[in-house]
Design a protein around this ligand. Structure first.
Ligand SMILES: *Cc1c(COP(=O)(O)O)cnc(C)c1O
Length: 230
C-alpha cells in the first residue's frame, strides 16, 4: 500500500467514525506523524492531502526543513520539547501541540516575544498521570490554562493527550472522555469557547478518539508504515 492509499483508507475510517458519532467528518483534521520518515515520504503525504505534518524531534525537523520536506502544508511540533530547544521550534511551526508545563510555557513566551510573534500551542494533558510522561496532570491543567492567559505571545488553541500505551480499549475510552470534559470545561470557563483543537488518537485508536470528540488525530504508522529505528 502506498502512502496515498493509506491516507485514503484512514480518511474513510475517520469519516465513518465521525458519522457514527453524529459529527461532520470535515471538522476533524488529519496530522501525519512523520518521525523517522524522509522528506520524500513527507512530500507524498502532503500531495495526498494530510492537513498538516507533525514532528517529534527538533534535530530531525530542522534537517527536514532544510530539505523543504514540509512545503505546502502546516507543520506541528508534537513531541517532548526540551526547554533548551524551544528557540529552534518557536516561529517555525504553526502549532506546538506539546506545551506541558509552566516552565515550558514561560520558555515559549520568551522565545516568541524575542521573535515578535504569537505562538499557537496546545496544552498537553498527562491523563494517565504517568511518571515518565510530560504534560500537565489533570489536577494542574486548569492552573496551566489560567497561567497561559497571562502570556501575551502565546495563544492556546486547545488540548492534546496521549493515553498510556498499555490501556485497554475501555480504559482508553475513559481517558479520551475525561480529556474531552476538561477541554469543554476550560474552553467555556476561561477561553470564551475559542478553542478549536482537541488532539487525541493515533494509528491504533483514532476512530475511538473521534467518537470521544477529537478534532485532530495524529497518525504515523497507518500512513507511513512501520518505523525503522537505526
Ligand atoms: C509517533 C506519534 C504519533 C503517531 O503514532 P502512530 O502510532 O505511529 O500512529 C502520534 N502522536 C505522537 C506524539 C507521536 O509521537
Amino acid at each position: 500500500m502506498s502512502i496515498q492509499e493509506n491516507i485514503a483508507k484512514v480518511r474513510e475510517k475517520m469519516a465513518a467514525a465521525a458519522r457514527e458519532a453524529g459529527r461532520n467528518p470535515e471538522e476533524i483534521l488529519l496530522i501525519g506523524a512523520s518521525k523517522m520518515n524522509d522528506a520524500a515520504a513527507c512530500r507524498e503525504a502532503i500531495a495526498a492531502g494530510v492537513d498538516a505534518l507533525g514532528e517529534n524531534r527538533v534535530q530531525e525537523m530542522t534537517a527536514k526543513l532544510e530539505e523543504h520536506a514540509y512545503d505546502g502544508a502546516p507543520l506541528h511540533f508534537i513531541g517532548h520539547l526540551q526547554r533548551n530547544k524551544v528557540r529552534q521550534v518557536v516561529g517555525r511551526v504553526s502549532l506546538i501541540q506539546s506545551a506541558g508545563s509552566l516552565e515550558l510555557l514561560s520558555e515559549i513566551e520568551k522565545a516568541a516575544a524575542n521573535k515578535h510573534l504569537i505562538q499557537d500551542v496546545l496544552l498537553e494533558v498527562n491523563i494517565g498521570e504517568e511518571a515518565a510522561k510530560s504534560g500537565f496532570l489533570p489536577g494542574e491543567i486548569f492552573q496551566g490554562a489560567e497561567n497561559a492567559l497571562n502570556l501575551p505571545h502565546i495563544r492556546v488553541r486547545g488540548l492534546m493527550t496521549i493515553p498510556p500505551a498499555d490501556a485497554s480499549p475501555e480504559e482508553n475510552r475513559r481517558y479520551f472522555d475525561q480529556v474531552w470534559r476538561l477541554f469543554v470545561d476550560i474552553n467555556e470557563k476561561m477561553y470564551d469557547n475559542s478553542f478549536e483543537y482537541l488532539s487525541m488518537g493515533m494509528s491504533g485508536d483514532y476512530e475511538e478518539a473521534i467518537r470521544s470528540g477529537a478534532t485532530m488525530v495524529r497518525v504515523g504508522t497507518a500512513i507511513f508504515g512501520g518505523r525503522h529505528y537505526t
